[in-house]
Design a protein around this ligand. Sequence first.
Ligand code: SPV
Ligand code: MG
Length: 467
Amino acid sequence: MSMTGNDLEIPAGEILEEDSPTSPPFAGKGTRKQSARLRELFARPGALRIVGAHNPLGARLAERAGFDGVWSSGLEVSASQGLPDTDLMTMTDLLAVAGSMAAAVDIPVVADCDAGYGNALNVMHMIRRYELAGVAAVCIEDKRFPKVNSFIPGRQELESVDVFAAKVAAAKAAQRDPDLMVIARTEALIAGYGMHEALTRADAYAAAGADAILIHAKGSSPEPVLEFLDRWDGELPVVVVPTTYHTVTFDELAEAGAKLVIYANHGLRAGITAVSEVFGAILDEGRTTGVEARIAPLAAVFDLQGMDRIKENEARFVPAPAAPHAAVVLPAPPGPPGAGPAVDGRADALRARGVQTLLIPVVTAGHDAEAVAATDPGDHSRVVVVGGTEAPADGALNRLLAASADIATAGATLAALSGPAYGALREVAGKRIADGQPATALSALIADLASTGWTAVDVTAAAGADA
Ligand code: SPV
Ligand code: MG
């Protein structure tokens, strides 16, 4: 019996080392098509181990533990939904889970597709959907649809050899990804049909084009499976599921010729026991202190979620939000009564344009230099300075906020400055005050600042040029 089932001959350790260690989520470079990866694994000497899972978290735990792949187990997925493993879940239900696992890990996902969800036409449809979902291999079993889990006593009806062989042929005819593997599973031993039937069916499914044969058994002894491995003289790799005959070791199975060993449901069962114990202890003890040491810390949860990778990608690709704009509304110059409401009007206009912080210095009216020197707008991207009494026009304000120069002006009483330029403007104002010119107007202060090398633009002139 061949251990590879295809003609790829890849020395151990040469191919998979190319993979970069990727961490979820959104791993990019280094990941390859999982079906090709599974083919490569099958081409290596020795046997492989995969383990059952029913969601991406379980798949990641399998990957981190070091399994070669993930078994998208029909039993696990249906149990996770509180349902029996009797083909109640639809193909799309199970596909969604298998695909989500394939997206979450780099190791290949082998999907348990039960009896193929119907006849050969359903199988063809299924193949197309599963390969598009990134699954590396599908496994279909020769039970009659709807199936019942192999370990449930009672109805275990087999499809006729011809009908199931035709399903296998249909699966192979439907695939577009040449690397996708179709595993044909015979339940002959489960259904009590005996070894001869199992061997005959394996031959028929191999002849129909299967890429591997899964021999399932439900006794506590590995003997029937070991006998099958010994007697079947087909060329395909053989897959085994030592759920009930668990005393046999991986090495013994590999030695006997098994190529792929599936530990089908151990994560599910471990979870049921661990969760039940912890839930009980919480109720018994009235607090969680006693269970803390035996439950995963939150840091482990964040790690499995791929939070580190998310932070890296956020730093790379999500621009930090722009600092808000601030506004300084200078006091109105001495004038007729009613200047106060005009100040409020300016403030309202700025707020309406999304200028987020508004500072209205309380200084003697008309003393622009004093007001500028006294106002610290904090950490803002641009600072709008409004003198006079009029609310700024929308167009002028938009052009000011959009200007990239350090200083943008629109007339004598309206300007927008970058944060650093506004700091320099305050220094200029302080200098004027120190020189005894506290009432210096905004336009004069800006002229002082522009003369020290800050880039300046007059957006009124720019608007005129546009027009
Ligand atoms: C599954 O995990 O759903 C299987 C394997 O098909 S078993 O439950 O052992 O039949
Ligand atoms: Mg199953």
